[in-house]
Design a protein around this ligand. Structure first.
Ligand SMILES: O=C(O)CCC(=O)C(=O)O
Ligand SMILES: [Fe+2]
Length: 627
């Protein structure tokens, strides 16, 4: 773990909890833990200064990132009773890691079940978000968590608490110290999830629409709630205190973009108060720019110890700072709890940057560049932007022109000026830019690659085991026709419907018959496809294999029966679950479509689905096999 946020209310009561948590293994966690303990001991002072009834944001940064932290700033946003009472609201800490701006917010919203309380809470949430994010402070990544005080309108308490209490139980054999319940971990019972869907104030209630609008406006998302209510439990136990209706009060929201959520769960074993804490694990995409060589404040990684981190940004003036909402007094960063304490070389770990293998970056750009004869989707090229050539992936190619996406630099090249110059972001241009209809003759070149290296950034599609059969290589025209009529055509129609893409522009980019067996390829690790939309259709009878299926990050596994299949945005992370017995045959089909706008549309649609079932509708039996 490289960044660790602690968001608390009534933080003095949680110091014990944090001490427990600091014992989790691993050097980094231990380091974070030590700093964390030191900070929590300061909590009282913090709380008094901020005047927010113990709201606390602690940000702990792995040592190796410390030198990359800059522009640290902290502020509070009061809400409730016209911002005067000061017992509800939020505190926020923002900072940059290289060029990625991050803001962590700890909030506490209005309590109460009746009248307009639900409405007031959402107004406060909006107020907090507007206070934290405005023109001058548009963060790449936001994480906000705390006691949202969302209620559950259970009709009567009756038997419900028993079901809910049982929702914390783990399957046999899991140590109680590991009692995490939720996405990416042990999931609570179907019954508890049903209660959440039916009674949670925002999921089931009238305010759902309004929350959706807020999330959309601020580009935020909440993971699926697959844990029991986190309030109000008896201390030291997993049963509910029936003086209150149990409710899913404690929640975490995070940015949609640049973030992949790995888990969203509640920690049942941290039972020191009447709430149970909730945590999310996120993978962030960070951006770095090359440093000027003459900069005296940086040294290349591993040659010598690096200097102290940049001093935090000056405190904003009251009411006019980056969080300027009303007449609040600023909190200086030394009073806030962001302390990149120790400093090492600013090398950034690959795992923090991107989970895909980085493309090979040729180190010598001096040899003359070759014009490509032909291109493939997914191929690594140099594409011209203004007067320079930068690494890019081919998204579309029609023989004369190509669409490309310029690449972001992988962490391994940060700090290396020469290598960084091969990335578009080194010019200060928007690194998410796409190049449309670039003429091959004038705007695309082949990068110089070491012998034996493929120019494909990743194999275009992961199904490249020798056992896989490419549909295009099938000699039989009858087989080609079956594929076209039974699979490609109906799927293209379905894609038009589900993804709202014009079916005429959707085409099969590639397709494979894949065989998984215990004596050869058993499964496929998590990856993204190079496609805009992918489909996986089951060819085997379900009695022919045990295990297998397509797995997504939220833990869902799809195993459609023979002739059935799934459709999903190719950018969604997924993998093939290993089979345990027999052989599983599937047909994987990768679709692309006309313009770049298609990709944006598909990605957008796909993101909108996140947190729901998390996948494009399973296509039950698309070929009608077995009917
Ligand atoms: O085995 C599966 O279901 C996943 C296959 C897959 O993702 C692929 O071939 O790209
Ligand atoms: Fe795939």
């Amino acid at each position: 773990m490289s960044l660790f946020f602690v968001l608390l209310k009534r933080c003095e009561r949680w110091s014990k909890v944090l001490e427990v948590e600091t014992r989790v293994g691993g050097t980094e966690a231990e380091n974070a833990g030590r700093q964390q303990k030191a900070k929590v001991n300061d909590c009282e002072r913090e709380r008094n200064f901020v005047g927010m009834v113990g709201l606390f944001v602690g940000v702990f940064v792995a040592e190796r990132l410390a030198g990359s932290v800059k522009s640290v700033s902290a502020e509070r946003v009061r809400s409730g009773l016209y911002g005067q009472a000061g017992n509800k609201g939020a505190v926020a800490v923002s900072f940059k890691i290289e060029e990625t701006s991050i803001c962590a917010i700890s909030l506490h919203l209005e309590s109460g079940q009746h009248g307009k309380k639900a409405q007031e809470r959402l107004e406060q949430l909006r107020e907090i978000l507007q206070g934290v994010r405005h023109e001058k402070a548009k963060y790449d990544v936001m994480v906000l968590g705390g006691d949202f005080n969302f209620r559950a309108a259970f009709p009567e308490v009756g038997q419900i608490p028993k079901v809910l209490s049982e929702g914390w139980a783990n399957p046999a054999g899991v140590a109680s110290s590991e009692r995490r319940v939720g996405e990416g971990s042990y999931q609570t019972s179907e019954e508890v999830m049903r209660l959440f869907r039916e009674y949670d104030e925002v999921t089931a209630g009238r305010s759902r629409q309004e929350l959706q609008e807020i999330l959309k406006e601020f580009s935020l998302v909440e993971g699926p709630v697959r844990f029991p209510p986190t309030y109000r439990l008896l201390e030291g136990q997993s049963s509910y205190d029936l003086e209150r209706q149990p409710a899913w009060c404690d929640r975490v929201l995070h940015s949609r973009v640049s973030v992949v959520r790995k888990s969203y769960c509640a920690l049942g074993h941290l039972n020191h108060t009447d709430h149970r804490p909730v945590c999310v694990m996120l993978e962030l995409l960070l951006l770095a720019l090359p440093r000027p060589a003459e900069s005296p404040t940086r040294t290349p990684p591993s040659t010598s110890p690096s200097p102290l981190p940049e001093p935090p940004a000056a405190s904003p003036q009251a009411g006019a700072g980056p969080f300027g909402l009303g007449p609040v007094s600023p909190v200086t960063t030394s009073e806030a709890s962001v302390t990149p304490a120790t400093v090492t070389a600013p090398t950034l770990p690959q795992d923090l940057l991107d989970f895909e293998d980085p493309p090979h970056v040729p180190s010598s750009p001096k040899t003359p560049m070759q014009t490509p004869q032909t291109l493939q989707t997914g191929q690594l090229v140099l594409a011209k932007f203004q007067t320079g050539w930068y690494l890019a992936n081919v998204l579309r190619y029609d023989g004369i022109t190509a669409d490309v996406a310029w690449l972001r630099p992988p962490g391994t090249v940060w700090g290396n000026k020469e290598e960084m110059q091969r990335y578009l972001c080194s010019t200060g241009a928007d690194e998410t830019l796409h190049g449309e209809k670039l003429h091959i003759a004038t705007h695309v070149r082949l990068p110089e690659l070491p012998k034996g290296t493929s120019a494909l950034a990743h194999p275009p599609y992961p199904s490249t085991s020798p056992a896989d059969v490419k549909i295009r290589d099938l000699k039989s025209t009858a087989a080609q026709k079956i594929f076209q009529d039974k699979l490609a055509a109906p799927l293209i129609e379905a894609i038009g419907e589900y993804f709202e893409l014009p079916p005429k522009t959707v085409v099969v980019d590639d397709a494979f018959i894949v065989r998984y067996a215990t004596d050869s390829q058993r499964g496929l690790s998590f990856h993204r496809d190079g496609s805009i939309v992918s489909s996986i259709v089951t060819l085997s009878d379900e009695n022919d294999y045990v295990g297998g299926g397509t797995e997504f990050l939220d833990g869902s596994v799809y195993r459609p029966s023979q002739g059935g299949g799934i459709l999903f945005g190719g950018q969604r992370l997924h993998g093939g679950v290993e089979i345990e017995r027999g052989a599983r045959y599937i047909c994987t089909i990768f679709f692309k479509c006309g313009g770049l706008s298609c990709r944006d549309l598909a990605v957008k649609k796909d993101k909108e689905e996140e947190g729901d079932p998390g996948i494009w509708g399973a296509l039950a039996n698309i070929m009608g096999v077995g009917q």
